[in-house]
Design a protein around this ligand. Sequence first.
Ligand code: SF4
Ligand code: MG
Length: 327
Amino acid sequence: MEPLLEVDGLEVEFRTRDGVARVLSGVSWHVGAGETLAILGESGSGKSVTAHAILGILDTPPAFVTGGAVRFRGENLLTAKEERRREVRGAGIAMVFQDALSALNPVFTVGFQIAEQLRTRRGLSKREARARAVELLDMVHIPNPRQRLDQYPHEFSGGMRQRAMIAMSLALDPEVLIADEPTTALDVTVQAQIMDLLDEMRRERDMGLVLITHDLGVVAEVADRIAVMYAGRIVEESDVYSLYRRPSHPYSEALLESVPRLDFKGKRLNSISGLPPSLLNVPPGCPFHPRCPRAEDVCSDQRPELARLDGGQYSACHFAEEVVRGG
Ligand code: SF4
Ligand code: MG
């Protein structure tokens, strides 16, 4: 499958008063049409930064892309003109944010915000845009879309607001949708509904879907592949089934143990001890070694590269084959 969106060796630095933080170090992944990639990691691992770099919306602290490429249908967006990047944002690659309340403008009705995009970017008339906005709200299963159109974001419940946000992100028919912690602010039942909706939209539109999350449980049922991030790097990439059955990196093992699982009934939930490293001061060797229960001398010395294992999983661990075998 030819990738729609390909991140290739992406490097990003934050230049802060306290020094240079390497927030992304050689991050690579791709997503194809109709495919769902989950990007999993603790906060601060570089998940959102990757999304922002893709869309060219890196913000404060002063952030710089220092290497790599972001290819959309083969075109490197990092070297494209700003005008072209603006074109791609929304219409090629769109994004859904965690907090719909702050992503939507509180002073305009939901309908206006959806219609405005269609008028400015698709040249639709006011009437056409409004009619299309009704269709979009209906598509994301918001009841009474015609009435809902004239309400303000604060009049929507959290789940309905996230649906409206998804409708808005789909207004320009993007080929890739990136959802950054789309359900974190919602309660558990609503979380599942929003995941189902994203999955349905992906299927119906044959979109590439990138789900950014810190919660493996939320994405397990909808993702095809999972890329696990730690300290600005991908440490494992596997199909969902393999990751669940036989993770190939000790960090993935630890993440799995911290998720409630039906087949682990009764087992105490472990959380991973220690904190992720400061990106101003990443430990030498394997960045996970201070927290890793399997660490040996070589781990604090030599940085493991992401490498393909026989079974097709990718792991950045000196002992990946042993980890996979459950040794
Ligand atoms: Fe743990 Fe060493 Fe593997 Fe890093 S390389 S994950 S420290 S065993
Ligand atoms: Mg984030």
